[in-house]
Ligand binder design. Structure first.
Ligand SMILES: *Cc1c(COP(=O)(O)O)cnc(C)c1O
Length: 395
């Protein structure tokens, strides 16, 4: 099919939930994408952080194909090797003690919400079920995670929401302390607010928040759906904040393009969700878990050190571009946000796409860059040249 044929048939048959760009991709190689007319694009988006190891990696293909040919799925009433190995590796990479697998980020966060409420119910009984989240956060699109998302514009249309969430100003420890009343069982945070505009929390704030939570036996839940799996240069971003959360969620990049998400919990929470309290039919699916094991192999060794180096290089090169449109660059590793002025972020992303560079928006004025973690130095340089050229034309 041609791009135009795909687009017309899609628009006639899919629900219009996405404001899509008029581009139909049909294949990828490394950090490059190709549309139906074989036009090449450089990918600084990774399918919103999903294609952590780029496209069509041979080890990944072999892992997926061989598992598909052996055992694609069996229910969680039985044991399987891929999800067992994955749980063990994730616990050892993170210092956590237990894993639960689902299929998406929102589902992983729902699991953390259930974990926190049950932990508190078991220990303190009812009336201690509120979860404090941060203003400007993003936690997903299910009814509960929409309400957990600390942005007014998401709290619309779908009433009644579930209740049980309060919001605190990101970075303001006094405001947080004021919200941590006797009704609170947990705090859920992103260490770098992704959708909210690539906004990292301060080290000091996170340290104080962690101490407050410990003091009051309030669970600290970290949503690493976007920041996890090496994106920021450590396996989880919390490892750069010198904390161990009570639970951490992950999804996007974990299986290199297949749907897999989940949560890891520390020792204290390992037994909270007992038999019959939580489940997911596809969760821990052998194909997705084999894909994830291949991703972990590829991101092993010095790969995450390289993410930090490449992130620093990309950031420095962007900071060298002299353009009045760039108001600042922030982020960690290969999760960077360029704050722009004088042009809408969406308009700039559209112009970059036209020029062959796939980028993302975030917040109200940020162009977000999340290239595959395996992107080469040359590809980074090529992407920055496209960016600089587009900015130059806009002068
Ligand atoms: C993308 C994202 C989610 C939602 O993940 P889905 O897989 O779309 O459900 C939740 N939290 C954060 C921080 C995200 O970036």
């Amino acid at each position: 099919m041609t791009s135009n044929e795909i687009i017309a048939l899609a628009d006639a048959n899919l629900m219009p939930t996405y404001a899509r760009f008029p581009v139909a991709f049909i294949r990828g190689e490394g950090a490059r994408l190709f549309d139906a007319e074989d036009r090449e694009y450089l990918d600084f988006s990774s399918g919103i952080g999903v294609n952590s190891i780029g496209y069509a990696d041979e080890k990944w293909i072999a892992a997926v194909a061989s598992q598909a040919g052996r055992l694609a799925h069996i229910s969680n009433l039985f044991y399987t090797e891929p999800c067992t190995l994955l749980a063990a590796r994730l616990n050892s990479l993170s210092g956590m003690s237990g894993a639960f697998f689902g299929n998406s980020g929102a589902e992983a966060n729902e699991g953390m919400i259930k974990l926190a409420r049950k932990y508190s119910f078991d220990k303190y009984g009812g009336g201690r079920s509120t979860i404090v989240t941060l203003e400007n956060s993003f936690h997903g699109r299910t009814v509960a995670t929409l309400e957990a998302t600390g942005q007014e514009r998401f709290h619309n249309f779908f009433m009644p929401f579930t209740g049980g969430f309060k919001y605190a100003e990101a970075g303001n420890i006094e405001d947080m302390e004021a919200k941590l009343g006797p009704d609170v069982c947990a705090v859920m945070i992103e260490l770098i607010q992704g959708e909210g505009g690539v906004m990292p929390l301060e080290h000091d704030y996170v340290g104080k928040l962690t101490a407050l939570c410990r003091e009051r036996d309030i669970l600290l839940l970290v949503d690493e759906v976007q920041t996890g799996v090496g994106r920021t240069g450590t396996f989880f971003a919390f490892q750069q904040y010198d904390i161990l959360p009570d639970a951490v969620s992950f999804a996007k990049g974990i299986a290199g393009g297949l749907p897999l998400g989940g949560l890891l919990v520390n020792e204290k929470c390992a037994a909270v969700l007992g038999p019959g309290t939580h489940a997911s039919t596809f969760g821990g699916n052998p194909i997705c878990c084999s894909a994830a094991l291949a991703v972990l192999d590829i991101l092993d060794g010095d790969a995450l050190l390289k993410v930090r180096e490449k992130g620093a290089k990309l950031r420095a090169m962007i900071e060298e571009i002299s353009s009045p449109i760039i108001a600042g660059v922030r982020g960690l590793g290969l999760m960077l946000g360029i704050q722009v002025r004088g042009i809408a972020h969406s308009e700039l992303v559209k112009k970059l796409l036209d020029a062959g560079l796939v980028c993302l928006t975030a917040g109200s004025d940020v162009v977000r860059l999340m290239p595959p973690l395996t992107i080469t130095d040359r590809e980074i340089e090529r992407g920055v040249i496209i960016l600089a050229d587009v900015l130059e034309e806009l002068k």
